[in-house]
Write a protein that binds this ligand. Structure first.
Ligand code: AP5
Ligand code: MG
Length: 221
């Protein structure tokens, strides 16, 4: 099962990829999470990436492809994976094909999540995350039991540095200009499936699983 989850910022890629990964026992590979980890640790990659991320711009393709080549080569990817936030440009998608060909694999399906822009801005301005255990919250839909405090580990919740409205709007523009063309790229290969990303988290997950199980029973996964 080699899956790609496409979708604009706030579509629910991370939320759904985590659930899909658990359901099918494959790793979730979030390039955003890997980059934020590198920034936190102050690695060379993190130092190169941070200014792009804080501006809502994409990190250069060559850095992203090096990162993904290394990650997909690890043992836990031998039965498949779900990519969350990669590829984000046509050169990244072409680079991914080469990486997978070298590993004797290929992408099976691309799920593209559709959510209207104003709802995306609402979701992202309300998102909070735990800096210690990584658990996600949303002030509108999934608030913590005690304001500002992680239910799981008691740490103080923070807002992602790119979750301020001006940067969110920039990320949405970058998505439209640089990432949305990937729908055409994958449609042309017969791999694209559109998923309505509006509804509760559980409803969207059920839609994804129904789609994936149908592909599975057709022998396509
Ligand atoms: P990345 O971390 O990938 O961010 P993004 O694409 O902007 O997406 P988000 O993580 O903000 O949203 P999501 O779709 O995961 O939604 P989530 O599930 O959290 O990338 C960050 C940056 O890193 C980029 O800007 C770039 O600089 C760099 N980068 C990363 N990958 C790169 C690449 N390949 N190339 C170049 N640069 C790269 O949900 C959002 C909120 O909504 C949450 O609070 C959640 O609880 C809530 N929510 C989710 N689903 C629902 C629902 N159904 N109903 C109600 N609320 C919901
Ligand atoms: Mg995410």
């Amino acid at each position: 099962m080699h899956l790609i989850l496409l979708g604009p910022p706030g579509a629910g890629k991370g939320t759904q990829a985590q659930r899909v990964a658990e359901r099918y026992d494959i790793p979730q590979i979030s390039t955003g999470d890997i980059l934020r980890g590198a920034v936190k640790e102050g690695t060379a990659l993190g130092r190169k990436a941070v200014s792009f991320m804080d501006a809502g711009q994409l990190v250069p393709d060559d850095l992203m492809l090096d990162l993904v080549r290394e990650r997909l080569g690890r043992d836990d990817c031998s039965e498949g994976f779900i990519l969350d936030g990669f590829p984000r440009t046509v050169p990244q998608a072409e680079g991914l094909e080469k990486v997978l060909t070298d590993l004797g694999e290929s992408v099976n399906h691309v799920l593209s999540m559709k959510v209207d822009s104003e709802l995306l801005v609402k979701r992202l301005t309300a998102r909070r995350v735990c800096p210690d255990c990584g658990r996600g919250y949303n002030l509108q839909t999934q608030p913590p039991n005690k304001e500002g405090i992680c239910d799981a580990c008691g740490a103080s919740l923070i807002q992602r540095s790119d979750d301020v409205e001006k940067t969110i709007r920039n990320r949405l523009k970058v998505y439209e200009n640089q990432t949305a063309p990937l729908e055409g790229f994958y449609r042309g290969k017969g791999l694209l499936h559109l998923i309505d990303g509006v509804g509760t988290i559980g409803e969207v997950f059920e839609r994804m699983v129904a789609g994936l199980d149908a592909l599975n029973s057709n022998g396509e996964l």
